[in-house]
Design a protein around this ligand. Structure first.
Ligand SMILES: Cc1cc2nc3c(=O)[nH]c(=O)nc-3n(C[C@H](O)[C@H](O)[C@H](O)COP(=O)(O)OP(=O)(O)OC[C@H]3O[C@@H](n4cnc5c(N)ncnc54)[C@H](O)[C@@H]3O)c2cc1C
Length: 158
């Protein structure tokens, strides 16, 4: 990719390399809704609660070393200091309405997306993915949504 408008680099001669890492999930990682504060839509304001574990830090370190190796393997790195996206800058948020096998208080919905505590309410999207996939979650979300949709269609007799 050209780095600037007047960059003489031919397309394809400069590439960006990026690595995703899966979060070491913790029971305390959660979205919290405020009883007092509201967001711009007047809905309960949310805060994301999570922390990086020792394993997360090791994984990030490994990723940074790996990306430099890969850069050298495919060409000449412009800069050997890879940057890490700031916390919360993930493109792949997951698990906010976790799917679980049983209603054991650790999940929001069952395997067919119906909310345990609200029969007839179905949730879909990345939020149902209960584990950290790190990369490209959309196909998984769609597959799980299809399962829920089939269940709804079955109940409607279609
Ligand atoms: C830059 C970028 C690149 C990505 N690239 C890839 C990729 O290559 N492959 C891949 O698999 N995934 C990729 N992803 C991730 C992918 O976009 C998401 O996994 C996917 O869109 C998640 O789907 P979702 O339905 O869970 O959430 P969303 O697509 O975010 O849908 C949530 C919807 O809810 C609506 N909404 C929010 N609040 C309210 C409200 N209060 N009332 C009504 N509606 C509301 C929003 O407007 C939105 O339409 C990328 C994401 C980003 C940001």
């Amino acid at each position: 990719m050209p780095l600037a408008e007047d960059d003489p680099a031919a397309p394809g001669t400069i590439v960006g390399l990026g690595l995703f890492t899966a979060k070491d999930l913790q029971w305390d990682d959660r979205v919290e809704f405020s009883d007092e504060k509201t967001d711009a839509y007047g809905m309960p304001a949310m805060s994301i609660r999570y922390r990086l574990t020792e394993r997360d830090h090791k994984m990030l370190e490994r990723g940074r070393a790996q990306i430099v190796r890969w850069g050298k393997a495919v060409g000449e790195p412009i800069d050997e200091r890879p940057f890490t996206m700031p916390f919360g800058a993930s493109l792949h948020y997951q698990g906010s309405v976790r799917m679980g096998e049983t209603d054991d208080g650790r999940s929001v919905c069952g395997p067919d997306s119906e909310v345990w505590q609200a029969p007839g309410v179905f949730v879909a999207g990345n939020g149902v993915i209960p584990t950290a996939t790190a990369c490209n979650p959309t196909l998984t979300s769609v597959a799980l949504a299809v399962r829920g949709a089939r269940r709804i269609a079955q109940e409607l007799g279609r």
